[in-house]
Design a protein around this ligand. Structure first.
Ligand code: HEM
Length: 460
């Protein structure tokens, strides 16, 4: 029942809507197409047709958990060989979703988070050592590269007591290279027609098998090491030791492997992107940076190592982060399927199991919600009053419902802490001539972003 949903005008036989699009930037192409076609549209390539939703009213309907649920499709489904029935890629009906959720949710409680805080601080101090050296040497810093080191170390240490030694390396850790390989491959599989995949992706498929084997080996070694020592109540301990109350069920070893990969990947890539976009905007908006910095000085004062409770007090820094995630939600879409036959927006019939992709980046720029200047960076959109007056389900960087992000508080705490510490120590200068380019590998990441730093005179 798609005939009422517009599609790009020049649809070719067999190949579909492939004119003027780039296989490397499906999200940005869809944003562009959505601007012309409106709140719901469809794109077809090689027989696969996808319905995109970017309008706030329709997205709010799709967020209704009584009518819709998460759909495991496209990029998420393509990650099944990597993450199996781990939390992110599990089908709703798979028993390991609920079991994994019950075992792991306490790992994101307030108490657990307060326990991770000192490790997050220590990792950020490693980053600052590195940035101090780069600054002294007069070099610009590689923002996405360094944010990825930071977030990988953070999830590895807090979740699994593991140190990848990222800051001791000049190049990304091979785990990161393998992960980026599998994410890029999963995205390519979306756009290459199934029958042609063996031909077009032959080398990539072989490469992907090697990446996957590397991820498995790394994780197996990490779990083996833990079976002989004990952690300090981190995520891995919970997976190995927790029996579900009542039934006594435990996670099976194969599932633990899947969960560890899931958390190592989901737990750092998107946070790294969020931090990178925020630093980009801070470098471009000195007024915003000055206001955020003044808040850090006021709230943290001379405290060298802010405590857990002092992070959430950085309200304005948090708004900078929210506004960055509005413009560039680093997990840029999520899919929703009908629980039973229904009609979307009163006009588009959907059969049970039919699904649509919520294009978060487009929802976050809907002029009906965010105004005619929706493309402009303005953290005040997230002041308490503005948030209260906005409709529900208009800001969804962490997805929605039962399958929304389990690591939301973790990511927000980590990113706010890091931005606070960096703002306090440095002035950020954009490199002349840099224009934001966004790389896509299922997630979004600024490409080639480098910043110059000036050390601040420490606040008294
Ligand atoms: C799920 C975004 C950080 C672990 C999700 C979903 C989104 C998302 C949109 C839902 C996907 C869907 O509906 O298909 C983000 C963003 C982050 C972030 C933007 C950072 C800014 C984290 C962190 C962790 C994490 C730090 C772990 C420490 C997960 C897991 C799921 C998930 C395990 C699957 C939950 C389930 O289905 O039960 N995330 N995430 N994420 N995220 Fe995050």
């Amino acid at each position: 029942e798609l005939h009422r949903i517009p599609h790009p005008p020049h649809r070719l036989p067999v190949v579909g809507d492939v004119l003027g699009v780039n296989v490397r930037t499906p999200v940005q192409d869809s944003l562009r197409i959505g601007r012309r076609l409106g709140p719901v549209f469809r794109r077809k390539a090689f027989g696969k047709e996808i319905v995109f939703v970017g309008g706030a009213d329709l997205a709010a309907e799709l967020a209704d958990e009584s009518r819709f649920a998460k759909h495991v499709g496209l990029g998420v489904a393509n990650l099944r060989p990597v993450a199996g029935d781990g939390l992110f890629t599990a089908y709703n009906h798979e028993p390991n979703w609920q079991l994994g959720h019950d075992v792991l949710a306490p790992g994101f409680s307030r108490e657990a988070m307060a326990g991770y805080h000192p490790m997050m601080l220590a990792v950020t101090e490693r980053l600052i050592d590195h940035w101090d050296r780069e600054q002294t040497a007069g070099r610009a810093v590689d923002v996405p590269g360094d944010m990825t080191k930071l977030t990988l170390e953070t999830i590895a240490r807090t979740g699994f007591g593991h140190d990848f030694g990222s800051f001791e390396r000049a190049r990304p850790h091979p785990f990161v290279t393998a992960m980026v390989g599998t994410l890029t491959y999963a995205q390519r599989r979306n756009v290459v027609p199934e029958p042609l995949a063996p031909l077009l992706l032959r080398t990539a498929t072989r490469r992907n098998a090697a990446d996957l084997a590397y991820l498995n080996r790394t994780v197996d070694a990490l779990v083996r090491a833990r079976r002989t020592t004990s952690g300090e109540g981190d995520l891995l301990d919970r997976m190995l030791d927790t029996a579900r109350p009542g039934t006594g069920e435990r996670l099976a070893p194969e599932n633990i492997r899947r969960q560890v990969i899931t958390f190592l990947v989901a737990g750092h890539e998107t946070t790294s992107g969020a931090l990178s976009f925020a630093l980009h905007y801070l470098s471009r908006h000195p007024d915003v940076a000055a206001r955020a910095r003044a808040e850090v000085d006021r709230v943290w004062g001379g405290t060298a190592r802010p405590g857990y409770d002092q992070v959430a007090k950085l309200r304005y820094v948090r708004r900078v982060l929210d506004e960055s995630l509005r413009l560039w939600p680093t997990a840029p879409a999520f899919a929703r399927e009908a629980r039973r036959d229904t009609v979307l927006g009163g006009v588009h019939p959907m059969r049970e199991g039919a699904w649509a992709l919520v294009l978060t980046a487009m929802l976050h720029r809907d002029p009906g919600v965010w105004g005619a200047d929706a493309e402009r960076f303005d953290p005040d959109r997230f002041d308490a009053q503005a948030v209260r007056s906005r409709a529900a389900h208009t800001f969804k960087p962490f997805g929605t419902g039962a399958r929304a992000c389990i690591g939301r508080q973790f990511a927000l705490h980590e990113a706010t802490l890091v931005l606070g510490l960096l703002l306090r120590r440095y002035e950020l200068r954009a490199e002349p001539g840099y224009r934001l380019r966004v790389a896509e590998r299922l997630t979004l990441m600024p490409e080639g972003l480098r910043l110059r730093l000036d050390r601040r005179v420490p606040a008294v």
